[in-house]
Design a protein around this ligand. Structure first.
Ligand code: CUA
Length: 340
């Protein structure tokens, strides 16, 4: 980051210029009309001032259709532009590209914990490759935090009890500030970190731990999916959720991302939030044809473990990634985890 005073954080992601353009549009319009109104107030006050005690008041003007139409249509158009433009940017921010690199983020008092798809963990430091979309799934262990990278124009609340996702694509290598932007207790101001954007080759080197001891935390310990598979065994999930045939609980292979029919007749998408809820509070949504026999795992697994279990369930049924169902527990799916 360059030193010195700057009015705006630098633009270091694909979204930054788009967010800024909208921001400047809104600021520009507000400034223009504020100046216009104040100038006219002063101008009219002088022009139409009462010049003498016996001067009659000016005639009232009424029913000027053109004027009425103008001050209805102009603000309407300006507001609609802001609305559609804002919706466009919002949708772009809310929908991560399919090929995005997925990183899990857990916020807690008072640190940020990251886990990469290959298992690398980091605290208060996030390494990402340049020019590649990175999708973050955010969860909180305790209170509301807010994940904020000014240079990327990314700011998203991290709320306990639910997942939020956000994505970015870095356009400049370097180090960028990461803040918690929601007051979360005494050490809130210390809940800061860095995002390190590396060239793709450097990132690969970092992933495999070759970048050396200067970048601590790069020691992988198995992918989240592999960890999740171990947990799945250790917690005894596999007893009811068998891989091949119907057990007491539904078969989970291939379920992720599909529509699940519930006892109530509703259907829900088996996404991260649904799977998370079904682990922590299984009674909330019972799959059609099953009994509510599963115990709640609230308090027995933490957010990181829930994310690992989800990663495992995901790995059981993603198109083009046939694997973990038959793989040995420590292997990472997709064969990219050769980095230990
Ligand atoms: Cu976490 Cu403020």
């Amino acid at each position: 980051m360059s030193p010195g005073f700057r009015l705006f954080p630098e633009q270091a992601s694909t979204m930054a210029p788009r967010v800024d353009a909208l921001y400047f549009y809104l600021v520009g319009i507000s400034t223009f009309f504020t100046l216009l109104i104040f100038t006219l107030v002063i101008y009219f006050a002088i022009k139409y001032r009462r010049r003498s005690e016996d001067e009659p008041p000016p005639p009232q003007m009424r029913d000027i259709l053109a004027l009425e139409v103008t001050w209805i249509v102009v603000p309407l158009v300006l507001a609609l532009i802001a609305f559609f433009w804002g919706a466009n940017v919002f949708y772009a921010l809310a929908r991560a590209p399919q090929d995005a690199l997925e990183v899990f983020v857990v916020g807690r008092q008072w640190m940020w914990k990251f886990q990469h798809p290959d298992g690398q963990r980091e605290i208060n430091q996030l390494h990402v490759p340049l020019g590649r979309p990175v999708k973050l799934t955010l969860a909180s262990e305790d209170v509301i935090h807010s994940f904020y990278i000014p240079a990327f124009r990314v700011k998203y609340d991290v709320v306990p009890g639910r997942y939020t996702t956000v994505w970015f694509e870095a356009t400049k290598p370097g180090q960028f500030h990461l803040f918690c932007a929601e007051y979360c207790g005494t050490q809130h101001s210390g809940m800061i970190g860095q995002v390190v954007v590396l060239e793709p080759e450097q990132y690969e080197a970092w992933l495999s731990g070759e970048l050396g001891a200067s970048l601590a935390g790069a020691a992988p310990e198995g992918s989240p999916a592999a960890k999740g598979q171990q947990l799945f065994q250790n917690l005894g999930c596999h007893v009811c959720h068998q891989l091949e045939k119907q057990g007491i609980g539904p078969v989970l292979a291939g379920i992720f991302g599909t529509q699940v029919k519930l006892q109530t007749g509703e259907t829900v998408t088996a996404d991260e939030s649904y799977v998370r809820e079904s682990i922590l509070n299984p009674q909330a949504k019972i799959t059609a044809g099953f009994q509510p026999l599963m115990p709640p795992f609230q308090g027995r697994v933490n957010e990181e473990e829930v994310m690992q279990l989800i990663a495992y369930i995901k790995s059981l049924g993603q198109p083009g990634a046939k694997q973990a169902a038959t793989a040995k527990p420590a292997e990472s799916p997709g064969g990219v985890g050769g980095s230990r």
